[in-house]
Ligand binder design. Sequence first.
Ligand SMILES: Nc1ncnc2c1ncn2[C@@H]1O[C@H](COP(=O)(O)OP(=O)(O)OP(=O)(O)O)[C@@H](O)[C@H]1O
Ligand SMILES: [Mg+2]
Length: 139
Amino acid sequence: MNYFKMQILGKSENEKFCRSAIAAFCVGLAPSVEEINDVKTAVSEAVTNVIVHAYDSEGIIGIDAYIDDNKLTVEVSDSGKGISDVIKAQEPFYSTKSDDERSGMGFTVMQTFMDSVEVESEIGKGTKVKMTKVFGGKC
Ligand SMILES: Nc1ncnc2c1ncn2[C@@H]1O[C@H](COP(=O)(O)OP(=O)(O)OP(=O)(O)O)[C@@H](O)[C@H]1O
Ligand SMILES: [Mg+2]
């Protein structure tokens, strides 16, 4: 078992740091390029959601990652406004923002690239997105 936990301010310039940190943490799993890109893409979507949706201004992004044998678990959390309907939020093309940049595909991307995605949220308290992925080769 191994884990790493961090908190970082939800600024858009920190999204890349989160992606790179999780990639570095996974090195011990001897990931394929595809596996590492999958995890980076999924974490990037979850982190971007915190930056874009969770807070009215900047707030904290929490990243807790665990490795158990060849399984990675990543939890991306915030203590922001929360999601009223987590089922609806995960539907493809569902977005509460109507600008051109948001297509409502973030959760669908996470589900595509990870083995499991679970969303827990409470209005006014925050959101936690828990994702897992089993890696093919362990070193
Ligand atoms: N951390 C969060 N806090 C509050 N609301 C969230 C959070 N994450 C997601 N949501 C809500 O869930 C909706 C769907 O998220 P999703 O990532 O699928 O789409 P999007 O962010 O709107 O668009 P895209 O990811 O394609 O740019 C968001 O529009 C938002 O209302
Ligand atoms: Mg999104």
